[in-house]
Ligand binder design. Structure first.
Ligand SMILES: *Cc1c(COP(=O)(O)O)cnc(C)c1O
Length: 460
């Protein structure tokens, strides 16, 4: 480009103030605020100027500058935490936020979060109440425990219980249960962090009751069982029963704690899965404290739940760490609503993770076939998994929509780039979508995006 025409072009660029006062500029300010709008317009103009100087052919009209600024601001303000469509078939997907909440749980969060509430207020006396009361009655009613305590998550529940009950003393655990749960959270490290001396017994594959018995001494405070939530030892294996462990602990005047991890309240075997140990079973077998998550198989919000002997729960409540790991009001609201589904016997109908586990295969097949009809692709038999540190290796039969595309990785990336990001799996060069984990209300937008990408070759 000749110098003269380049300078002419640069001169025709609108000024920031003029743009801000134009109709489009006023709209931009209304949407994003004055300062962000001004900065984005400046940046768009700088960019256009640089490209003109580089000899590019660029449009310089108001519309172009305004729409660039708009696009930039929309991208900048897009929350990094946003909803996605989980078509992976992994029900409790740790990277995708674990359990989606029920409508009642969401409504409870909205009601409590948007208004003042009884978090620490007793309506009868008009005085200060305790946040530790919330959800306790429901947890006791469902599990039969004497007492319950809700904290921030299960990891903090473990740190609290170890610190409060075994600091400076010993905790005995099987070598087969020294697990890493994920994100570097390892049982031995948690013990060390809590000032507890770890005493390992047995071997990787076999730990007998006698191994625990022999390890108990003057300094022992606890026997602990940790659920091997994300791996499975098969073959020549043995693990002392919880009842035997409880018997040993109680004969020596110490306590048995059970880190159940997922914390099922219903029997997964009903749905053709392996039996995941339930909270009720652990208590019935004699565990003095059982710890589990709120957002795994329970299907509620992030929380760490401790149930068991009243004297021990009271001891935990009084420990200074209890304050540091306390549950927040939104989680408590959602947890109480979720627990009510269990009390009313409607968990399978109302709690998303249980709806997904219980969803009949014919229903899934019907959905997959209807997707194939609407957007193309074929249906194939496959497997869904429960995930979330429960039932390692266990699967549920499902029917998948399979898309034969030229470049599966690129195609999957395109789907992730959709406005409602779609997360899929890839196998044998095909992109697979499992209807089991797609929420009914997400189906229309999922199909719209698939249609756009497949039929119209659009980028989302
Ligand atoms: C998931 C899990 C935890 C950690 O629970 P969070 O709620 O994620 O903190 C601890 N122990 C076991 C056995 C688990 O499976």
């Amino acid at each position: 480009m000749k110098a003269k025409s380049m300078n002419d072009l640069l001169r025709t660029l609108p000024a920031v103030d003029a743009l801000l006062n134009s109709d489009g500029g006023v709209q931009l300010v209304a949407q994003f605020g004055h300062d962000l709008a001004r900065d984005a317009l400046r940046a768009a103009l700088d960019d256009i100027r640089a490209r003109i100087r580089a000899g590019d052919v660029v449009a310089v009209d108001d519309e172009t500058v305004l729409s660039r600024a708009h696009e930039q601001l929309q991208g900048d303000l897009q929350p990094t935490l946003r909803p996605v469509i989980n078509a992976t078939g992994v029900i409790i997907h740790t990277n995708l936020g674990r359990a989606p909440l029920s409508d009642d749980a969401l409504e409870a969060m909205r009601a409590v979060g948007g208004q003042y509430n009884t978090l620490e207020f007793d309506l009868t006396s008009g005085k200060r109440g305790s946040r530790l009361l919330h959800a306790s009655a429901a947890l006791q009613a469902i599990t039969g425990a004497e007492a319950a305590l809700v904290v921030n998550n299960n990891a903090s529940a473990l740190v609290l219980l170890l610190s409060a009950l075994a600091q400076g003393r010993e905790c005995v655990i099987s070598r087969g249960q020294l697990v890493e749960i994920g994100g570097g959270f390892r049982v031995p490290d948690v013990m060390a962090q809590s000032g507890v001396q770890l005493v390992e017994v047995g071997t990787t594959n076999r730990t007998r009751a006698a191994d625990y018995e022999q390890a108990v001494g003057e300094a022992t405070a606890l026997l602990m069982r940790a659920h091997a939530s994300n791996f499975k030892v098969v073959g020549f294996t043995e693990q002392a029963s919880l009842a035997d462990m409880a018997d040993i602990a109680h004969r020596h005047g110490i306590h048995l704690v059970d880190d159940l991890g997922s914390g099922a309240l219903l029997d997964t075997a009903t749905f053709g899965l392996d039996h995941e140990p339930t909270v009720q079973e652990s208590l019935a077998a004699g565990a003095d404290l059982v710890a589990f998550s709120g957002d795994k198989l329970l299907g509620g919000p992030q929380a760490g739940i401790l149930v068991g002997k009243r004297a021990l729960i009271d001891q935990l409540k009084r420990h200074p760490l209890a304050r540091a790991v306390r549950a927040d009001k939104l989680a408590l609201a959602a947890l109480m609503a979720t627990l009510n589904h269990y009390r009313k016997g409607e968990a399978l109908e109302k709690i998303p993770v249980w709806q997904m586990i219980a969803r009949p295969l014919d229903d899934i097949r019907h959905t997959a076939e209807s997707w194939a009809q609407q957007v193309g692709g074929t249906t194939v038999a496959g497997e869904s998994t429960v995930g979330g540190g429960s039932l390692p290796g266990a699967t549920l039969p499902t029917v998948l929509l399979a898309l034969d595309v030229a470049h599966a990785d690129d195609f999957a990336a395109k789907l992730r780039g959709c406005e409602a990001a779609i997360i899929t799996r890839i196998a044998d060069g095909r992109v697979l979508l499992d209807p089991r984990t797609v929420l009914p209300r997400q189906e229309p937008i999922l199909l719209q995006h698939l249609h756009d990408v497949l039929q119209n070759h659009l980028d989302c």
